[in-house]
Ligand binder design. Structure first.
Ligand SMILES: C[S@@+](CC[C@H](N)C(=O)[O-])C[C@H]1O[C@@H](n2cnc3c(N)ncnc32)[C@H](O)[C@@H]1O
Length: 252
């Protein structure tokens, strides 16, 4: 059974004690260590700050909203969507669509198997990591872990419901009210941060009323957002990290 190191990652416990994954190999020649999926100050806290608030806003304002996540990783964002919906008293079918993209096949398989309780197919280390992620997402709420998992199981009934790599030729299956853009940096995934690609994604993939949130604050992203009719709000980053970006179109 494969564990994180077999698929090119190592676990990193971040400042709020929640786990993240770091790539074993660096794709950036200027950096010795591989890229981490989250801020070292707190994977869960960063997710709640950058993605939690926009998710809440969309759930409050849009009936049956559609969510697009670029970069499933450990699934924090998907779990936070379930958390925020359940905290608003919404059931799984009151969220219209959750579309997640993840290029690493094992990250899709591991998350899917864990969600569906098929832990006999997973290494103990992998199960323990997801349980820790869930523990941190639930912290401070009275929600039950099974309620959160069940919420997402309805959206990821089959493994194929978690999409593979988002390619430059992608044809999205819907228009989305909330785009949670959590790809690796442009050093690791260059085309995902190119202005033309982002502008097309927004043109073809955003609903009339929509938000985009990301931890990044790149010029190409802000230009693409403005071109496609979004107001750009530069937010503080997590724990002094460079600013993050929120794009708003006809909402709030
Ligand atoms: C910053 S991490 C995402 C963290 C994640 N949102 C979480 O909650 O744990 C970026 C993720 O994007 C994935 N990725 C990289 N290129 C991608 C692509 N072209 N399409 C989809 N996913 C990609 C990586 O494998 C990695 O899991």
């Amino acid at each position: 059974m494969k564990s994180w190191s077999d698929i090119g990652f190592e676990i990193e416990i971040t400042g709020d004690q929640s786990p993240s994954l770091r790539m074993l190999k660096s794709l950036d020649p200027a950096k010795e260590r591989g890229e981490s999926m989250h801020h070292s100050g707190g994977a869960c806290e960063e997710t709640l700050l950058i993605y939690g608030e926009p998710i809440r806003q969309v759930l409050e304002n849009i009936e049956k909203p559609h969510f697009l996540i670029v970069g499933l990783g450990l699934g924090y964002i998907e779990l936070v969507i379930a958390r925020e919906a359940l905290l608003q008293g919404k059931s799984s079918n009151q969220v219209g669509l959750i579309t997640s993209y993840e290029s690493v096949p094992e990250l899709r398989e591991f998350f899917y198997n864990w969600l569906h309780g098929r832990c006999e197919n997973l290494s103990a280390e992998v199960v323990e990591t997801y349980e820790k992620v869930l523990f941190h997402v639930l912290k401070g709420t009275a929600l039950h872990s099974e309620a959160l998992k069940d919420f997402l199981r309805q959206h990821f009934l089959n493994l194929g419901d978690i999409h593979s790599e988002l390619s430059s030729e992608v044809r999205l299956e819907s228009r989305y009210h909330c785009i949670l853009y959590d790809a690796f940096s442009s050093k690791t995934s260059p085309f995902l941060w190119e202005e033309e690609f982002l502008a097309r994604l927004l043109r073809e993939g955003s609903a009339d009323k929509s938000l985009l949130s990301t931890y990044a604050c790149k010029g190409s992203l802000k230009r693409a957002l403005r071109r496609e009719g979004f107001e750009v709000v530069v937010r503080d980053g997590f724990q002094g990290k460079r600013n993050s970006t929120l794009g708003i179109k006809n909402l709030g």
